[in-house]
Structure formats: C-alpha cells, structure tokens
Design a protein around this ligand. Structure first.
Ligand SMILES: *Cc1c(COP(=O)(O)O)cnc(C)c1O
Length: 960
C-alpha cells in the first residue's frame, strides 16, 4: 500500500491557487481556444519584447509565497511592535467605539466592502441609501443646505472648499486667510494646493478675525479651534460677507450636536472629518471627510452626490446625481479630480448615527463635554492655567515643564498633544472613563483622586451660552427606528441584499480591476495594533507600522522599477496630483519652473486632465490613431511645438484602450528629449506586475491604485490608496508633512493628505497580498489576467466586435466591445445591455469609458473559468435578443433589453402588457431559476433626478 509521507502532507495549501480563479487545466483550455501552447507563449505575443522585465521581481525575503497563516503570523509579529497607548492628542482624530453590529456587518462584511462605486444605481440601492443617510447627517449637523457623499479627509476637504469659494465667489482677491487655530495638517494641505494656483495663504489670529480688514476671497476657521476654544464668529462672518469674502468652517460633527451649527451663523462651506463617528483611528485613515455648502452652490461642489429620482415605473430610486462623472465629461474644466472617495467609511459613520440617533449622539457629546469640564476644574484647582476659556472636548494647559509632563504621561500609557515647551493639549472622547480622568489628573498632579461627583455637581457648560444649539437635527425616522440591535442588524442586511458586490458575482469593470479581496488580507485591518494608533503618536510607538510600510514600499519599488514610493496619497487621483507637484518641483529645482504644458492623449482617464488643471498646468490633448494607439506623430509635433514649456506627458500603460502599445519607449524618449517628464498612470498595473515595470521602460512617476491591482477592496467607492513611485532623480521631492514633524526630505513638496502615510490602516491588505503571492504568484496573476481577458475577447468577438487589439489581434488585461454598430442597426445601446445584465445577476462592465457607446470588460485573474463562461453566456444570450430586435421578432422599444432591469413587482404584476413574456424578462437562462437576483428598482431616470434634485432622506410623510 502506498502511503503519503508526512513531508508531503505538510506541503501547505498555497494561496496562489486560492487567488487565481482558473485551474491549470482550465487555463490550458483557454489557451487552446486562443491557439497558444502555453501562457508564456501568449505573454510573449501580447507584451512588447522591448519592455519586458529582464529578471524576476526583486522581492528579497518576500520572493517566495507565504502560506496564509504564516503571513498572518509574520504580520502580527510586526504589528506587535506598535504600542497601543491611550492617545488624547485630538488634533482631528479621536478614539471611538465602532458599534460591534457595524463592525461585523459593515466593516468586516464583503457585501459592503467589495462593492463598487454606485454608477449602476439599480444594483446599488442599499449603499446609495446608506450614503444618503450620511449626507443627511452632515446636512443636519452643519445646518447647511446640501452635503456630498464624502471627501478624502478633512484637510483635502478644506482645500476643495477653498477652490469652491474661489469659483463661486465674486471677490477678485487672490488672498485666502487661515485662522491660526486651524489644524496644522489642514493648513499645510491648503498651502500645498494654493501655491500652484497663485493663491496667497495668510494667517489671521482666531481672536482677530473680526478685525480683519485686508481684502481676501475667503477665510478658513476651525470650530472648535485646535486648542479647544469655541468662538462666536457671527459678527466676523457678517463683516467678511459685507466685504465680499466667503467663509469656510472646519467643524467637529460631535461638537455640533451641542453647538450652534455654522450654517446658522453664516458659513458658506463646512468641512470636516466623520472619523469619530465609529471609524477607528488607523494611524490616520481611511476616514470619510465631508463637505457641505449652501444649496445654491450644489452644481459647483466637488466629489459625489447621491440624489433621489424615480425609476421606469415611477417608484422612488436613489442614484448618483449631477457631476457623477464630472472628470470624464468636463476633464480639465472639472471642479475637482476626486474619483475614488471614502464610501465605506461614510457608510460606517452614517450607521453610527443611525445606531445612536440624535439623543444618543447628544448624550455622548454631553458626557464628553462634562468630563472635559470636570478635568478643567480640577486642573485649575491644582494650580494649572488653561490657555482656552471655552471648550467642547479639548483643553490647552499651560506648563513650564511640557517635556516632563509628556514623559510622565507616556510612562502611564498616555499620549498628550505636543504643542510647544509651555503648552500641552488634552482631547477627550466617547471612550474616556472616570478612571481615565483620574489617570490624566495623576499625570498633572500626583495628588489623590478627586471626588468626580462633587466636581460634576459643580461645573457648568463651558462654551458660550448663546452658542448652545437650539435647532433639532436628525429628525428623520431613519435615525430613530433602528436602535434595537435586531432592527439595526436587519436594516443593514436589507440594504446589503439590494446590492450586487463581489460576494455574489464577478464585476467585470474595465480599468477598475475588481479582483479578489481575500479574507486573510482583510483580517489585520481590525487588529488593535493597527486600528487603534493615533496618526500623530510618537515614533517610538509606531515601529511596527513603519516597518510594514518600509517593506511595502520596497515591494512596490521592485514591482514598478522606481527608486522610491510615497504612500501618502489616498486615491489614484491624489497620486496624480502629488506626482504632478513632484514634477513641478523638479523643474523648479533646475530653474525651469516655467514648464507648464502637460500633454495628455485623448483616451486618458478624466482624472488626468483634472489633476493637471489642479496644479495649474495647461493641458494639450494629443490624438489617438484608428487602432486606439497614441498618435506618435501628433505627440511628436506637439512636444516639438511646446518644447520649451513642456512639463510632462500623462499616459496610461497599457492604454485605457486595453492594448500594449509598441511605441511606449519611443514616446518616453521623445518627451525626455524635449526636457519633459513622463507620468505613467498605473491604474492598469494589473497587466504589468512581474512582466514589465514602468520605472524601467521610461516612466519618471506613476501612481498605483492599491484598491485595484493590490487587493484593497473598493468599499462601494472608497477607500483607496494611490501611492506614487518615482525615479531616483525625483525621490527627494516626495510629499512631506512638515506640520506634524514628518519630513522625508527638505526639498519635498508639502502634505497632500491629512496624515503622513495617508490611509495607513489598509496598507496591510496589500502587504498580505504580496507576501502570500510572492514574486512568482504576482507574475502568474498578471499572466492569467491577460489570458482571461483574451479568452473573453475571443469568445465574444463573433457577437460583439472588439474595438482595439494589438499584436496578433490580442488585447491586454481588458477589452472594449463596440456596441455602436448594433445600436445603429437596432436602437439597442450599451446602456440597455448593461441594464439587461442585471436581469442575469451581473454587474455591468464599464460603460462609455474610454469610448462612448462601448462596454469595457476586465475579468481579472481571480475569476474562475466557470464564472467567466457564465458571463460570456449571458452576453451571448443578450446578443441573441438584440438579433431578435434586428429581425423584428422583438419590438424596437418594447423588448427585454429596453425593459431591463425587471423587478419582481413588474414581472409578477397581474397586468403584463409587454410584447415579450415574463419568463423572457426574469429567467432568460435556465440557471436563474435556481438562483435569482431581483433588482430592487427598475431603470433609474437620470434626467428626472437632475431636474428635481433632492439629496436628503425622503420626507417623513413618505413613511406614513
Ligand atoms: C481608477 C483610475 C484613476 C483614478 O483613480 P482613483 O483611485 O479612482 O482616484 C485614474 N486613471 C485610471 C486609468 C483609472 O482607471
């Protein structure tokens, strides 16, 4: 009898075959469909030889794939080098309790975190409702007319606020004032943004805003200020308005439950962070920033907005309103470049508000305030002087021995805020207990614990009484219905059930790389060693974080061929912005600061021109040829024409058309010959990892989207991480955050995110992915992604023409199907096909990007052959329906495609008036009888929604 040896049995399960969908046999079948003997032969045919990597990925100790449990153990050991202390640092970040029902059912639930941005509203009603709740919470608490669906963080929200008021305001001034008690990191981000736009940022003392007599187009205030003070700005705002200036207020949402909201004292824009509504600190992010403004500015707002509309049957439906695809439509005239935002975190914050309701929030805020007042009163009794005379949750304490206090505090496991030699700061939060208060007091005054109840009986509220909030908020039923956990659980479940995410179906979105977000990658995110670290905790407590970050940077350098990486940008768009600033800094350092022309091929993603515009570059569009390639002749001519002022080119590789252009090296050489830099948009890195590296074939800067290629889930539209890689000559210009003591290099640009490492707490996801795949697994993933895309293109080509192909009729990791000939013949559009796919239980491919009238499909390496075939079969079945329209067997207007998606209500109605059967509507293929997703609404009416813009929870009468 043959026995399996212990050694053989010990060969552990490998992650590579868990991550990569098609098995070896299935890959062989796909290869033979394409006529290639091996994967290697296919890759040789697809990827131009001159850009191929000459050697294997230099991943060092991470070259060999690590089994899941081993990778988790290794990362745990690194995480353990972080020290979780009680941080009362504040400065925009507070400890919070994530309600466990939200933790488990949203944060740790793939139904929420693997969803995509809700561009297809019919399969996104759950998350759209959750985001709408977020908008309502922000609108109510700030007292403003309208709020968007999240910003990347508070600092960038303030910077966006600045450009918003410059756009809508009437002032001709280029001066923008920042109060001296605005969060330092916010001020730095505003300065970074202001510089290339020619905006002059000046400081005004918070106490002197009222006496500001200089001309300016706007002022940024903090409410309460970073030092705790709660100021009454009513008179100041009135005066500023009279002088033609506008006012942005950065406000704390929890404080606004007790304080008169800025909307009631004249603010034009209110921004901030919703982190303390149940989102872990995570060493700085991700968290959802917010931006609210007056109703009249809604069409100029950055970011996304959820609105209410009706569906084809006249029922209420949610959808993204107005400027949803703003960058793609307005390009360099777009109001901002934000694409990926912070949806998952906005959903969490909104559910924190739903869970607690207005009374719960008020109780939490009042308790925090009471504890702060008790602390203040005892500190004063102990002989301390406070620098602020009003407060919500923050005290600034005068001392002549700040160092001593910090040392004592750290010895007791506490981080105070470091201000200067004669001040320290304390900010309390919902997690603060009586014991914590006693601990804090023991740091300041070794004496006995005071009688808290006696102090409590003694202290009054400590903000100006005429700033006490009188208006109601969150009166909508959603905020009082779900306080019992059963109700909350079922509400979350009912919303998740309305949506299609990766936990139910492939999401074949071209350019977006919706690949597996493996559970082992997600597990470390909620480890307290990662989630409970304040972004400004002392370095000695973040050793593990910085070790993990250093390793990830090295991994990404190896993958991209660049010399250095900055992980600070928290989305691809922010990477573009940071990368262009780095290019500007480089030109300036060489005395060539006049270079301001950015060449961008017409096929570029909309964020490219929008980012170029944000840094004040002038966009010159270059043409594409009939094969979808960058027209090199046109590019050369324009590079020549603008030679003296050429700053850079921005190209995506492989192109957004899904092909490996043969001329990329030549393109890079042309740009370099004219003194320009090459920005390679790395969103398509999933076609390159291990095979070719932008830093090696001519790129100077690239951003990566860790939420595409490196497995961070899309979260329904964020979070993301958009690190930039740069060549050695640009390394010293990478972003700093000097205001909080993070300086990589004196030559570096200013901060582009509110935390030094951006969305640090989700970096373990990419670390785990790379560690578990190793060099060989990463390369295999790329090859299979390319194989699967070509398999789809080949099988669908007889039904839908593939618009662009490269060498041998092959595509890269995605393919564009041209629906325009069918539309001309039948009136059936790409949108009809996209909506019809929902009846089959699929998420639509990317619609009309980069070419109007097309669908772009990207399967990724993670989709099994079975799922890919199911998708292909659905597309073929849909094609057969289009043929019926063409032949007149289906009416051109009344057919299953135009009627899609079909809700259960429509299909089951007694009254069925259509010229096709119910069966054809609901069960076009037999397998759907066993497993059917019912779209919760029919086709959303976009025009109605924009004409009747409504961006809050439905009126109470709707619920009766
Ligand atoms: C996704 C994408 C971007 C923008 O990235 P975000 O992370 O969404 O900001 C830029 N370029 C291309 C080609 C993309 O696909």
């Amino acid at each position: 009898m043959t026995r399996t040896s212990l050694t053989q049995l010990e060969a552990r399960d490998d992650f590579i075959s868990r991550h990569i969908g098609p098995s070896d046999t299935e890959q062989q079948a796909m290869l033979s469909k394409l006529g290639y003997a091996s994967r290697a032969a296919l890759i040789d045919a697809v990827v131009p030889a001159n850009i191929r990597n000459k050697s294997k990925l230099a991943l060092g100790e991470f070259f060999n794939p690590m089994p899941e449990q081993e990778a988790l153990a290794k990362l745990k050991a690194i995480a353990s080098k972080n020290k979780v202390m009680k941080s009362v640092i504040g400065q925009g970040y507070y400890n919070t309790f994530t309600p466990t029902v939200v933790l488990r059912n949203i944060f740790e639930n793939p139904a929420w975190y693997t969803a995509y941005t809700p561009y297809q509203p019919e399969i996104s009603q759950g998350r759209l409702e959750a985001i709408l709740n977020f908008q309502q919470v922000v609108t109510d608490l700030t007292g403003m007319g309208i709020a968007n669906s999240s910003m990347l963080d508070e600092g960038t929200a303030a910077a966006e606020g600045m450009t918003l008021i410059q756009r809508v305001g009437k002032s001709a001034s280029n001066v923008f004032y920042v109060a001296d008690d605005v969060l330092p990191q916010t001020r730095e981000i505003v300065e970074t943004r202001a510089k290339p736009l020619g905006v002059e940022v000046r400081t005004v003392a918070a106490s002197e805003v009222e006496n500001l007599n200089e001309a300016c187009f706007g002022v940024l205030l903090q409410y309460p200020g970073v030092n705790g003070e709660v100021r009454d700005y009513r008179a100041a705002v009135e005066k500023l308005h009279a002088a033609g200036a506008m006012v942005i207020v950065a406000a704390d949402l929890l404080a606004l439950t007790l304080l008169t909201p800025p909307g009631e004292w004249g603010a034009d824009v209110v921004v901030g962070n919703s982190q303390r509504f149940g989102v872990p600190l995570g060493f700085g992010g991700p968290h959802a920033g917010y931006l609210a403004t007056r109703d009249e500015f809604k069409r100029s707002m950055p970011g996304r907005l959820v609105g209410v509309t009706i569906d084809a049957q006249g029922n209420k439906a949610y959808r993204l309103a107005l400027q949803t695809r703003e960058q793609h439509i307005r390009r360099e005239k777009a109001t901002s470049n934000i694409c990926t935002a912070q949806v998952l975190l906005a959903v969490m914050a909104s559910m924190y508000a739903v869970y607690h309701g207005p009374k719960g929030l008020e109780r939490i805020a009042t308790r925090v305030h009471r504890l702060t007042s008790i602390l203040a009163s005892q500190l004063v009794k102990s002989g301390y002087t406070l620098a602020n005379s009003t407060w919500f949750d923050t005290l600034t304490i005068k001392t002549d021995s700040a160092d001593q206090l910090h040392a004592t505090a750290e010895g007791k496991g506490v981080n105070l805020r470091r201000i200067d030699a004669s001040h320290v700061g304390v900010s309390l939060d919902e997690t603060t207990t009586r014991e914590d208060l006693a601990l804090l007091l023991s740091i300041f005054d070794g004496a006995a614990t005071p009688d808290m109840d006696a102090l409590d009986a003694d202290v009054d509220d400590a903000f100006p009484s005429d700033l006490a909030r009188t208006s109601a908020y969150m009166t909508h039923p959603t905020f009082s219905r779900y306080h019992a956990e059963h109700e909350m659980l079922r509400y979350l479940r009912s919303l998740a059930d309305k949506d299609l995410a990766l936990d139910r179906t492939m999401i074949p979105l071209g350019s977006c790389t919706m690949k597996l977000n493996a559970t082992s990658e997600m597990i470390p995110v909620t480890w307290p060693e990662f989630s409970s670290i304040h972004p400004f905790a002392p370095d000695s407590q973040t050793v593990g974080y910085r070790e993990m970050i250093g390793q990830l940077e090295a991994m990404l350098c190896a993958v991209t061929g660049y010399a250095a990486i900055s992980l600070q940008p928290n989305a691809g768009s922010q990477g573009e912005y940071a990368g262009l600033l780095v290019i500007q800094a480089y030109h300036q350092s060489r005395g060539e600061g006049h270079r301001n022309i950015c060449l961008i091929p017409s096929s570029a993603h909309g964020t490219n021109p929008a980012s170029a515009n944000m840094v004040g570059m002038k966009v010159v569009v270059t043409a594409c040829d009939d094969n979808g390639n960058v027209d090199l002749d046109d590019l050369k001519a324009k590079a020549e024409l603008h030679s003296k002022n050429l700053a850079c080119v921005m190209v995506t590789y492989p192109s957004t058309h899904g092909v490996f252009e043969e001329g990329i090296q030549e393109l890079c050489e042309v740009i370099h010959a004219h003194g320009g830099q090459v920005y390679i948009d790395g969103a398509n890195m999933n076609a390159l990892v291990g095979v070719a590296a932008p830093g090696s074939f001519g790129g100077d800067v690239s951003h990566l989207n860790l939420h595409k290629t490196f497995c961070i889930p899309h979260g329904g539209g964020g979070p993301g991480v958009g690190p930039i890689g740069v060549g050695a000559h640009l390394a010293k210009f990478l972003p700093n955050q000097r205001s909080t003591g993070y300086t990589r290099d004196e030559a570096g640009i200013g901060a582009v995110s509110a935390a030094p490492y951006g969305s640090a707490s989700i970096l373990p996801i990419s670390w785990m992915y790379i560690a578990m795949m190793g060099g060989e697994g990463l390369t295999e993933a790329t090859e299979v992604a390319i194989l699967s895309a070509n398999y789809i293109a080949r099988r669908l080509a007889p039904h839908y023409p593939v618009l662009y192909t490269g060498h041998d009729g092959l595509v890269a990791h995605e393919c564009i199907l041209d629906l325009r000939p069918l539309q001309d013949a039948t009136g059936i559009s790409n949108e009809d096909v996209a909506k019809r796919l929902m009846d089959f239980g699929f998420h639509a491919p990317t619609m009309s990007f980069p070419v109007p009238g097309t669908l772009m499909i990207e399967p990724t390496e993670s989709e099994s052959k079975a799922e890919i075939d199911r998708f292909i079969d659905a597309m073929i079945a849909i094609h057969a329906e289009i043929v019926k329209v063409e032949r007149g067997e289906y009416d051109r207007m009344d057919n299953p495609l135009k009627g899609a998606p079909h809700t259960a209500e429509v299909v089951m109605a007694d009254d069925w008036q259509h010229q096709y059967t119910r069966e054809a509507a609901a069960f076009p293929v037999a397998s759907l009888r066993k497993q059917k997703y019912w779209p919760p609404v029919g086709r959303a009416d976009n025009v109605y929604g924009d004409r009747n813009l409504f961006c809050g929870c439905a009126p109470i009468s709707d619920y009766e």
